[in-house]
Design a protein around this ligand. Structure first.
Ligand code: PLP
Length: 413
């Protein structure tokens, strides 16, 4: 990494950037929504495409000078179509939250009813949590998981019949089981609802063909591009042909102004990387690593929500199994250089700022090349750090071991 101009022109920001680079190189990144993009993606993000205004879509822009922006955006669209088998793709959403707002406003009127997954049961804030703008505009009703941690599809069907939603929304950010796409489709058909899924977390697993592809079953599919998909921070919407016009109009001019072309060029690169056989291997390794993590954590006496995992993350109730809160666990692990986040568990008796659980994901460490052997060691560190959270000496020793392992799997050399 060479930031020679930045170093000269702004030593303060340079210092922050270098600190962050070192933190990423020497830290064990277990935040389920994070990953490391390739240097090619970083180059595109820092490229001259950042200078260009390109409101509109390829071939239909509101500004001149678009031959190369059109080329980059078309590449991103065509590659995404191939990757997911989508009929129509919009690569302009600035991130996951705007992608969802764009999708809602494409097909809903203010006051329309939406069925979405409850936040504490794994759904996302943008799926109608009361603090969000979407909840102020639309009438969100939230479905939950049952006692075993699965989505209760019979209950979902009953709710759909009762509330007659215009839109049924699937997708999550802290749920670990495979969704029954067909069942969602049957329920939506039965009540005449539009069917949408937000695959922000699992897009890379789908692109890498490690888990089933929902795109054929859903009318609208939103995603981020920076989680398991390992692209730049951003959003994307895929949809059936009949929704194409509404989605495009809703993105621009409906919700956003000029797209971020440096970001779209980086998306094209990431999608190109995801089309390679090596990405399929990566996605499969994520699942393997998560399974090892599931088994090891159970062995160490942790309680896993949803009885385990089918994807890239596990949700652990540390409060019930170890008597520490999610926040205490997060702080203890931060001290040893293991980064993850506290998280609510279904119907959490504690609040969101200090909930009962932690969420652990393996996409980033899998990108570094870590496999089963390393996962086992990491799980032991997690157990030891939480148990000995007041033993500064031991935490320091684990910290040293974490750095050592990270150096064996270097990033951004
Ligand atoms: C991360 C996430 C989002 C939000 O994405 P941002 O890019 O942070 O706006 C939306 N939906 C789900 C399911 C997510 O996991």
């Amino acid at each position: 990494m060479n930031y020679k101009n930045l170093k000269k022109c702004d030593p303060q920001v340079y210092k922050a950037l270098m600190g962050e680079l070192k933190r990423q190189q020497e830290g064990m990144e277990l935040i389920a929504s994070e990953n490391y993009v390739s240097e090619a993606v970083l180059e595109a993000l820092g490229s001259v495409f950042t200078n260009k205004y390109s409101e509109g879509y390829p071939g239909r822009r509101y500004y001149g000078g678009q031959e190369y922006t059109d080329l980059a955006e078309t590449l991103a669209i065509e590659r995404a179509k191939k990757l997911f088998g989508a009929e129509h793709v919009n690569v302009q959403p600035l991130s996951g939250a705007p992608a969802n707002m764009i999708a809602y406003s494409a097909v809903l009127k203010p006051g329309d009813t939406v069925l979405g997954m409850d936040l504490s049961h794994g759904g996302h804030l943008t799926h109608g949590h009361p603090v969000t703008l979407s909840a102020k505009i639309y009438n969100f009703i939230r479905y939950k998981t049952d006692e075993s941690g699965m989505i209760d599809y019979d209950e979902l069907e009953k709710m759909a019949i009762k509330h007659k939603p215009k839109l049924i929304l699937a997708g999550f950010s802290a749920y670990t089981r495979q969704l029954d796409y067909k069942r969602f489709q049957q329920i939506a058909k039965k009540v005449g609802a539009i069917l949408m899924i937000d695959i922000a977390h699992i897009a890379g697993l789908i692109a890498g063909k490690a888990i089933p592809n929902p795109v054929p079953y859903f009318d609208i599919v939103t995603t981020t591009t920076h989680k398991t998909l390992r692209g730049p921070r951003g959003g994307m919407i895929m949809c059936k042909k009949e929704f194409a016009k509404a989605i495009d109009k809703s993105a621009f001019p409906g919700f956003q102004g000029g797209p971020h072309m440096n970001n779209i060029a980086a998306k094209a690169i990431a999608f190109g990387e995801a089309l390679k056989p090596s990405f399929r291997k990566y996605a499969k390794q994520i699942l393997k690593n998560a399974k090892v993590m599931e088994k090891e954590l159970i062995k160490h006496g942790f309680k896993l929500m949803f009885e385990g995992t089918d994807n890239h993350m596990v949700l652990v109730d540390v409060y019930e199994s170890k008597g520490v809160t999610g926040k205490e666990a997060e702080i203890a692990l931060d001290k040893v250089g293991i980064t993850l986040n506290k998280n609510m568990v279904p119907d959490d008796s504690r609040g969101p700022m200090d909930p009962s659980g932690i969420r652990i994901g393996v996409p980033a460490i899998t990108t570094r090349g870590m496999k089963e052997k390393e996962i086992k060691i990491i799980c032991k560190w997690i157990k030891d750090a939480i148990k000995n959270r007041n033993n500064e000496k031991l935490l320091k020793k684990i910290r040293k071991d974490v750095v050592k392992m990270c150096k064996k799997f270097p990033i951004y050399k």
